[in-house]
Design a protein around this ligand. Sequence first.
Ligand code: RFL
Ligand code: PHB
Length: 393
Amino acid sequence: MSVPDRTQVGIVGGGPAGLLLSHLLARAGVESVVLESRDRAYVEARQRAGVIEAGTARLLREVGLGARMDRDGLEHGGIYLQFAGERHHVDFVDLTGGTVTVWAQTEIVKDLVAACLDRGGSIEFDAEALGVDDVTSDRPLIRYRDAGGVERELRCDAIAGCDGFHGVCRAAVPNLAVSERSYPYAWLGILADVAPSTDELIYAHHTRGFALHSMRSPDVSRLYLQVDPDELIDDWPDDRIWSELDTRLGLPGWTLHTGPVRDKGITPMRSFVSTPMRHGRLFLAGDAAHIVPPTGAKGLNLAMADATVLAGALVTFLDGNSELADTYSNRCQRRIWRATHFSWWMTSMLHRAPGDDTFDEALQLSQLRYVTSSRAAGESLAENYVGRTMRAA
Ligand code: RFL
Ligand code: PHB
């Protein structure tokens, strides 16, 4: 198949933001080409997010991608917060009327790739963007290396930088303002072939550090441990991981079921917001522009919300009306900062700070007691978790 050398929207990155953008543009009759540096199998198997907000689930249904989610996704009406040896239920349905859905990013990506290929759309896998040029002209271009190692150019009417935190597009926005926070810990995550030991997610505060029990399906569990950012995965054999999870999540009368570990890795944690999300005809979306620590389960939802707003802006922009494109970045910022605050807040409340700061720990426990005993405080947590991301925030 010949490689296209021009298109209306050149999309760098075939993660959830880039693939959803391509899908929404196609539905509006706009042609795009997605350039993705990794191969299809890698992109479809990469373990990332597991929980989506009600608004994201609704969006997937509205754009024809809800069938498998509605069949296999797990709707959750709350979470457990565990601290000081007690497990408390935060009931989202009672507090807000809303729910979240356990539906893995891998499944969303698989559905988006299949939908694109089914409609004859263009995703170039193993195609690494090297840079973008002429973005302030009306014919910007993406330089990339194709699957055969040949360097090529893709001329576009507009470029969407959906290439994640380590991509190349953000660097093409001059005078970028960056607000950033790094955290003195990381998450060690495992995917295990064992039925979840809980009906809803458990977020556990523990003197040895944070732990999270999540899941992917009735047969597959996803669990995380707070570790130091310089920990090596080789120092964590499966037995050590299960034992530490059992210590941090354990309660009398409750059993953590263990099973074969299929995937494991360590992820650093960072908050990062860059503005503006546009320069000329280059637009940034998703992790390319901002990242949040995973504690609030917000990153994927933000990426998909950006893609939705950007699709509307690009459709009108290519039709000669630049109003939505001009306001794209500003319209995204309020939502991004709400999620940035919530993720920072959840992270700060639940993780053990290095050293022996009894003041910090006492504040965390006080906050945890407050959100699990005050309806007003619980409602605030629930409303943010269930999601305001599809609204202006
Ligand atoms: P992605 O998913 O990083 O996709 C970017 C894509 O761009 C490609 N790429 C390039 N392609 C071509 N040329 C180049 N030069 C390129 N450079 C990069 C990459 O290969 C990749 O395919 O960004 P996107 O689309 O913005 O999506 C963002 C989400 O992936 C991310 O925010 C979430 O995964 C964050 N996240 C979570 N979000 C949630 O909403 N709920 C969760 O429960 C949740 N849990 C998580 C998470 C992220 C985690 N990690 C590993 C960071 C749990 C974890 C552990
Ligand atoms: C996940 O299932 O991967 C997950 C769930 C909730 C989070 C983060 C990650 O807050």
